[in-house]
Design a protein around this ligand. Structure first.
Ligand code: GDP
Ligand code: ZN
Length: 385
């Protein structure tokens, strides 16, 4: 199909009207959106895209330097950002990233699509860009579930887990703890008990490559879900991702060139899963540094206790009336956990924007661009997914 295909007559305006009409027709039929839905598209973004007359909805599935790969109703396409967007974009985090839903224009599927707008992000994973200025950069966006992988051999480390949990909660995604290589663990029950001490709101699953792990991911993966795997190198992320992509991935033509089936050879960084939903796997996502952290969930115990400290700005060292020191002496919390908390709190005091602030900025901009309060409210209301 060639949505908005032009015979060369009529110019830009004509194409705009046509694409807008056809795009709406697509929504009603719901059929041609199937492809985008296999890449995580939800009603929230279909709704938001309707604010952009004449442009088409797409999702960024890969990024390399200044160029992008997007998925549209027509398939996979190369894309670039528009001159206007480039010109107006001063901060790195305002550039499109893998996982972003974007509004694009193109005449033919062979064309390079032009990215005009980025739709509001419901979660972002940030990293500090290397460069002259310390700037936040988006590694991946719109992730619903992040599987934090830790292997049950020498990689097992509670401090690291707490770090990943804090990053995940801050991003806006929901973390699930995946303890891999359970075949190498002799005291699984005890280890799980330890992990439960720090997991709080996050679920825990255990996997082994010698088992079929698909069922364990079923409660989390379904159409409309975007997931990512983080954790140190070698913990078994690729093994699990391959299991989740299963035949779908192997049957895909692009992989045909390489019999190894290593998905990185496709130049894509997003892959539809067998269970429904899509997996984001970008190199930057795999080993995240801490940019900002939300300790309120990952350290719910400590943050709750701290409310009982006598002084609001208690450093929990030697102030009188410190509830945390009291808990330490009573053995309710341990030194390891308090040290881990203090360390993360110091590291995360980066003065940039956290994910929630970025999102709020976006909404402010939408207020201005789309006729103010009424439309913006409609937009926010429509966001259930
Ligand atoms: P990644 O770097 O996190 O993507 O890790 P990989 O998936 O490439 O796995 C690294 C190594 O660990 C490979 O040699 C895998 O065969 C091995 N591995 C992965 N999962 C398991 C497991 O459940 N048990 C054991 N014993 N080895 C595993
Ligand atoms: Zn205190």
């Amino acid at each position: 199909m060639c949505v908005g295909d032009s015979n060369g007559e009529g110019g830009v305006e004509n194409i705009r009207i046509k694409t807008s009409f056809l795009f709406k027709a697509n929504l009603i039929g719901g059929i041609t959106l199937k492809l985008l839905k296999s890449y995580g598209l939800t009603d929230r973004y279909i709704n938001e895209s309707s604010f952009y007359e004449g442009l088409r909805l797409a999702r960024v599935i890969a990024q390399h330097k200044g160029s992008y790969k997007v998925i549209t109703v027509d398939g996979e396409q190369q894309a670039q950002i528009s001159g206007k967007l480039r010109h107006e974009t001063t901060e790195l985090y305002k550039f499109p990233a893998v996982g972003d839903y974007v509004m694009v224009s193109y005449e033919k599927i062979e064309d390079t699509a032009i990215i005009h707008y980025i739709l509001s992000r419901k979660s972002v994973f940030l990293r500090t860009a290397v460069g002259i200025k310390k700037q936040a950069q988006i590694v991946a966006s719109n992730i619903d579930i992040v599987f934090i992988c830790m292997s049950l051999n020498s990689n097992y480390n509670l401090n690291r887990l707490e770090r990943y949990l804090s990053i995940a909660w801050d991003s806006g995604a929901t973390p699930v703890i995946v303890l891999t290589k359970s075949d190498l663990c002799e005291n699984l029950t005890q280890v799980i008990r330890e992990v439960e001490q720090v997991s709080f709101y996050a679920d825990i699953i255990t996997t082994s490559m010698f088992e079929d792990n698909i069922d364990k991911f079923k409660p989390y993966m379904k159409e409309g879900i975007t997931a990512a795997f983080i954790g140190s190198s070698g913990v078994g992320k690729s093994t699990l991702i391959n299991q989740m992509l299963g035949k779908t991935m192997l049957e895909t033509k692009e992989v045909g060139k390489s019999d190894k089936g290593k998905h990185t050879t496709t130049g894509r960084e997003m892959f539809p899963s067998l269970l429904g939903g899509v997996v984001i796997d970008t190199p930057g996502m795999r080993e995240l540094g801490i940019q900002s952290a939300d300790l309120s969930k990952s350290f719910a115990d400590i943050e709750r206790l701290a409310q009982d400290c006598k002084f609001n700005d208690c450093s929990h060292k030697n102030e009188p009336g410190c509830a945390i020191q009291k808990a330490l002496s009573e053995g309710t919390i341990d030194h390891r956990r308090l040290n881990s908390y203090t360390k993360l709190k110091n590291e995360a005091s980066y003065e940039g924007l956290n994910s929630k602030q970025i999102e709020n900025q976006k909404i402010e901009r939408m207020f201005k661009e789309f006729g103010g309060m009424k439309n913006a409210r409609k937009l926010v209301k429509g966001r259930k997914n």
